[in-house]
Design a binder for this molecule. Sequence first.
Ligand code: ZN
Length: 435
Amino acid sequence: MSDQPLTDTLFSFINDSPTPFHAVANIVRILKKSGFTILDEGRKWQIERGGRYAVIRNGSLIAFTLENLDFSREGFRILGGHTDSPSLQLKPHPRAMASPYFQFGVEKYGGALLNTWFDRELSLAGRITVQSENGTACSVLIDFEKPVLYIPSLAIHLDRKANEGREINAQTDISPVLAQNISSEEDWHSLLAERLNNLYPDLAWRSILGYDLFCYDCSPPRFFGLDNQFICGPRLDNLLSCFIGLQALLQQQGSANCMLVFTNHEEIGSTSNSGALSNFSSSVLSRICSSFEDQAICMNRSFLISLDNAHASHPNFADKSDGDHQVILNHGPVIKINSSQRYCSNSRSGSVFRLLCSEIGVQTQDFVMRSDMLCGSTIGPLTSAELGIEGVDVGVPTWAMHSIREVTGAMDPELLYLAVLHFFNRDSLPVISDS
Ligand code: ZN
């Protein structure tokens, strides 16, 4: 790792990763610098012992190191995560309305806490597909990197009951304002063209075919609190986990096969060609293992830590948490538990994680939902089911999950990093036998 504190590089990674596509591109850039080979799913693979590889698919990434190809002895230590975060996604065409302002219609992407998107300097980023001069098409990443959008609140004078519970209509209330001096879709495409030409001066293209563009908060993550004990920032769920997993993979020095499985589309249910419900992870593993039986043995000998942020108990809404299972910022990684397997943790897999943490002096916490409230979920159960692998759901304690700015403890990234690095480095994992 660089000499910079972990949190500084985390903040840079989050700033540089406004969308899942950017997050994956940044991870690939870092992996390539560390000697990883990028494998093309559309070609035959030549993988060998000692190799370091990564595969990408539509906003998802799988990276792995191969120390041992004898899967009857050694499976994979897998860290899971998701690359997407709740957002507002632009509809294909801008809003057609007789207005002095140029606005977009947006769709809510995932379970965004909409009231937090008002009165923020927002930018725009994503993936855009263009037709080139020779008639072929290509996709490139785009990011305006500065505040270009804004969703103003309605003044309280015009809605006297705003503080008693304002409902937000995603069709009519959250259209961001882009400009005052343009009025047509052609003008909008000209703006996109200008940005594309700045970013890719050598890209000979002639028309825009389509885009996946998302609004995002321009303000960088920062410390707060009298002694800087807390961190607030956009997309902590779940770029923090992806960053920590990546650092652990880069720094691991053990003899185990290690793998990152970071999938897109978790916030919208994981059903896509690259989400946790896709065949991405099973396809990659089947190409690594030479036979069905090898893969079955490999999965039996593997272990998954699914990383995704956990709800910390809220100081102003204590009754929204189970009082017997308080989760506190800066008190260590949280094991997430749910009897309906909304999390993949069980007593055995949770114990493996507790043992790992206790060996390095890291405290763990347990999250369980109040029994009279519905529990969220994550990629852990999906990946565990898809691969038939034992796993545990773990994350940093977080306030304001799915707000445009979320909060965790200043020590929490480092504590999670120590835990997952030990997971990768330990000679063999703690074995919990049935007796
Ligand atoms: Zn998440």
